[in-house]
Write a new protein. Structure first.
Length: 160
């Protein structure tokens, strides 16, 4: 079963890379239709860690909403969309069902201690300076290949 999941995760990543509509704009920006994904990044993790996070900004330059519905990254067996909220002085993390809407003319920020991708079942530990291949799947714009640059452990923003 695990091999089956890993095969489909890799297949989804490969499909994301061959989508012609997803063209790099600059070293840290990627486009999928009217969506611009800016500065995808992650943090290095301690040796043996089984989870990590993915962060970026999605900007919708179009006139129609779209929705991020799935994601993948080469080092994770699976990826979930999560949010963190402060309730009664305690940070709580929850999986987001149904994806995340990106309204026309607006941006959605994925960041530490907020909305983020949760990378689960890591196959290897992300190290500072790594560039990790992944993909984001949108309802309308489809798949877009992205690269997550790995910043130092505890970073609060992408590495320069």
């Amino acid at each position: 079963m695990a091999k089956f999941r890993m095969f489909f995760a890799r297949l989804a990543a490969l499909a994301g890379f061959i989508v012609l509509a997803a063209t790099p704009l600059a070293a840290s920006e990627f486009r999928a239709g009217d969506l611009v994904i800016k500065s995808p990044w992650s943090r290095a993790t301690p040796s043996g860690a089984r989870v990590a996070g993915g962060y970026f900004v999605i900007e919708n330059k179009g006139t129609q909403p779209d929705r991020l519905v799935a994601a993948n990254v080469e080092v994770a067996g699976r990826v979930e969309i999560h949010t963190m909220t402060l309730q009664d002085g305690v940070m709580r993390m929850r999986s987001v069902s149904g994806g995340v809407e990106i309204r026309p003319g607006e941006s959605v920020v994925f960041q530490p201690s907020g909305l983020h991708l949760m990378w689960l079942d890591l196959a290897r530990t992300p190290k500072i300076g790594d560039v990790l291949n992944g993909g984001l799947t949108f309802e309308k714009a489809g798949n877009v290949a992205v690269q997550f640059r790995v910043a130092p452990l505890g970073a609060t923003s992408p590495a320069p």
